[in-house]
Design a protein around this ligand. Structure first.
Ligand code: NCD
Length: 322
């Protein structure tokens, strides 16, 4: 039993404590250590059922949660809306209750509407089910497991033996791109602010509204260069074309010219700068194709690997909570 973890659902990082961040990082680090020795599976969630309810398309997040649950020896149920009773008119809450009746202990939920995981969590609590809800991305609101895996990747880059919040204090991080539509940016703003990072947001004014300055200690830039100057990490974000309802950009080519990350532009960053992107990437738009494939600069594949250790940690902490 895990004595120190008390949070029942992981819906947002807005009110995560430093102790919680460090517990997640430390737990993920132990799982990474175990897996690095060739152990493929560990037993802590044996007999528990994890339901992956992805009402919106996903490649890496869904597969990453599935693999994490399997590595913890849980049984996993996968739901995909196209082939489900949703197309017959079933409500989302009824879908969740169907998985509850099958004995789900943890539900991992992604939905295009902000607030759906929280609404299901409230219903599960009202019914006193004991089921934990993990938000795997809700609309433009939050994507906590992505920000935690970003945090784990960055902290591990700075101290691979003991990744912890403290190593990020005073580091400069630039988040660049479509901040407006990004749940990844919102969750990262909470975690990186909590770590005491010197946080800079950059993007075109149509994709970086001024109200982001209210989220805490962040500096906004509508020009890229001041955000990149001496940056230790640059986090690029996908242009979320599917969420753009009006013409927010002149053209992808012009976007790349003004905000795309290229080798040349990185010259003003810290010499050991690391580049992140949550994926999927629009190659040649958010960042140049050659940078994406450069293992000295790109941390993108480490992010994917970190994702498994972080999601194992989150499922473990929820599943073994006292
Ligand atoms: C992100 C998402 O879905 O919010 N991707 C992911 O989870 N790996 C970012 C995106 O879609 O651009």
């Amino acid at each position: 039993m895990n004595q120190s973890w008390t949070r029942h659902h992981i819906l947002s990082l807005a009110n995560f404590s430093e102790v919680e961040y460090d517990t997640v990082l430390q737990t993920a680090s132990s799982f990474r250590e175990v897996l690095s020795h060739g152990t493929k599976k560990v037993p802590p969630l044996q007999g528990q059922v994890v339901a992956n309810l992805f009402f919106e398309p996903s490649t890496r997040t869904r597969s990453s949660f599935e693999l994490s649950a399997k590595r913890l020896s849980a049984d996993i149920l996968n739901f995909t809306p196209g082939s489900s009773s949703l197309s017959k008119g079933e409500t989302i809450l009824d879908t969740a209750k169907t998985y509850l009746a099958m004995g789900a202990d943890i539900m991992v939920i992604r939905h295009k509407q902000a607030g759906v995981p929280a609404a299901i969590a409230r219903e599960m609590d009202r019914l006193q089910t004991g089921v934990s809800i993990l938000n795997a991305g809700d609309g433009q609101h939050e994507h906590p497991s992505q920000a935690l895996l970003d945090l784990f990747t960055i902290c591990s880059f700075l101290d691979s033996d003991r990744p912890r919040l403290e190593v990020l204090k005073g580091k400069k991080i630039a988040i660049v791109g479509d901040i407006l539509h990004s749940r990844v940016a919102r969750s990262n703003i909470w975690s990186l602010s909590a770590a005491g990072v010197d946080l800079h947001l950059a993007g075109p004014p149509t994709l970086l509204p001024e109200y982001f300055a209210d989220m805490g200690n962040v500096t906004l830039h509508w020009h890229l260069e001041p955000a990149l100057q001496d940056a230790d990490f640059v986090m690029t974000l996908r242009l979320q074309k599917e969420r753009m309802t009006s013409n927010l950009l002149p053209s992808l080519r012009e976007y790349h010219q003004r905000y795309g990350i290229t080798r040349d532009r990185l010259k003003i960053c810290h010499p050991d700068v690391g580049i992140l992107h949550p994926g999927p990437v629009n190659r040649g738009v958010e960042l140049s194709s050659d940078l994406m494939d450069d293992p000295r600069l790109s941390l993108i594949s480490q992010q994917v690997t970190s994702g498994v250790a972080i999601r194992m940690a989150l499922l473990y902490l929820l599943g073994t909570r006292k």
